[in-house]
Design a protein around this ligand. Sequence first.
Ligand SMILES: NC(=O)c1ccc[n+]([C@@H]2O[C@H](COP(=O)([O-])OP(=O)(O)OC[C@H]3O[C@@H](n4cnc5c(N)ncnc54)[C@H](OP(=O)(O)O)[C@@H]3O)[C@@H](O)[C@H]2O)c1
Length: 295
Amino acid sequence: MKRMLLTGAGGFLGWNICRLASREWEIYGTVFSHRMEIPGVKVFPADLRDSGALARLMDAIQPHAVIHAAAISDVNFCQEHPLESRRVNVDASATLARLCGEKDIPCLFTSSDLVFDGRKAPYGEDDPVSPLNVYGEQKVRSEEAMLKGCPRAIICRMPLMFGEAGPVARSFLQPMVEAMKNGRPLRLFTDELRTPLSADDAVRGLLLALARAEGILHLAGTERISRYDFGVLTREVFRFSMKDAPLIPCLQKDVDTPAPRPSDVSLKISKALRLGFNPTPLRDALIALRSLVSG
Ligand SMILES: NC(=O)c1ccc[n+]([C@@H]2O[C@H](COP(=O)([O-])OP(=O)(O)OC[C@H]3O[C@@H](n4cnc5c(N)ncnc54)[C@H](OP(=O)(O)O)[C@@H]3O)[C@@H](O)[C@H]2O)c1
């Protein structure tokens, strides 16, 4: 089996990659502040800000490919701590890209739909980037560093994702369902649109990209939906009543957040579809998660 170095193995996406890819790949996963065991994966503690440690890890593992899924993914934290987050979100990516370039192996970087400002959706791979917040800006810098440092870099721009939770990391779906279960009213944006993707589809897309893509690739669902309508669909699929799980429509301008939020960063995925990517309809993806998420 080919060896993969996976950064952020204990994160939401990383854990799902471990869960679904360890039959095809021998995975060497890095963890940082959350030490854990992951079935079928060789786990290594590593701080990606330490470039020497990264180089030693690459030499020890000699991977055939790297998936770089570690990041400081809290958009508001990045806004308030731009220098601290930059060390992980940009500098570590640049180091990894250089190391992969030197070894002539593919480096797949998980970027984000937040590289766009949300004014001209849906976005294709060739549309100019225009981030509104620090996190989006860091993703753009990281993409540039990847493409510069690693001739075999693959940049997968990911949308809002939902799915099975790992031991420490979960998606926005879990707190949403928890609130519904407890009858806590949820305020959700009607004017924030995304093309959400299940973690299972995301992992399938990433593995496909690793096998067949080069350069930039958008991986997302086919449905463009507001946060509010996603909440309505979830409530229906998880069989909560309107009375027991109240949803309150609101607008982005009603909620103050440290990081500005783009309104519509829906992604076009025609390139991925041509490669064979086939995301599950949202309703079916949520139905598949019903027993896992509601417990
Ligand atoms: N989730 C989404 O909806 C979404 C959407 C678009 C793009 N993305 C991108 O997809 C990737 C994965 O996202 P995610 O949701 O899985 O994020 P996550 O759950 O926050 O996981 C991030 C991981 O990065 C690790 N990490 C942070 N600082 C580190 C450091 N200094 N050294 C080593 N590891 C470090 C964390 O390890 P510890 O926990 O051990 O500290 C954690 O496992 C990220 O690049 C994110 O920007 C995610």
